[in-house]
Design a protein. Sequence first.
Length: 179
Amino acid sequence: MTEETYTSKDVLFSENQQFRLLWVKITIGIAAIGTISPIVYQLFTGRLRHIPHSAFVNSIIPVVIIVALILLFSFLELRVRVVPTAVLYRFHPFQRKWHQIDAEYIVSCEHITFRPLRDYGGWGIRYSSSKGSAYTVSGNKGVLITKKSGKKILLGSRQGDALEQSIRQIMGQAASPST
């Protein structure tokens, strides 16, 4: 199943989150300024013509890396959907396909406050042997889903109460037989 299989009226919950960590942006910005400023200085003082080609290329490589990081953080997005039969999630652009947790395999869900650095080692796609998997982009709130297999998955959310309520709704539908 994919998100495209469902119409917008079927979606009970939808959230897209992007990295909004100010300290990450500040760090990348400082690195960018520190890397680019010597090149700009040499360009405006006319000294760039006297630098060997290999030295110029070596000074451009960090700029390219920083621009790539800025672009990467601009496009990273956690997408979460709850549809009548499942919870769908993916960390775009790293996961092209949606991950799906069928409602019938969910034992419990709980809106929690967690410590990203201590509990999972930060934000992003994280794995902890004791706490399970985490998909987060910022903040310290999310919904912890426990599957029948015992596997735990934390989905970071700015709308944790609504996400938990939607998951509980589909858990109830999965428990009751269809008529």
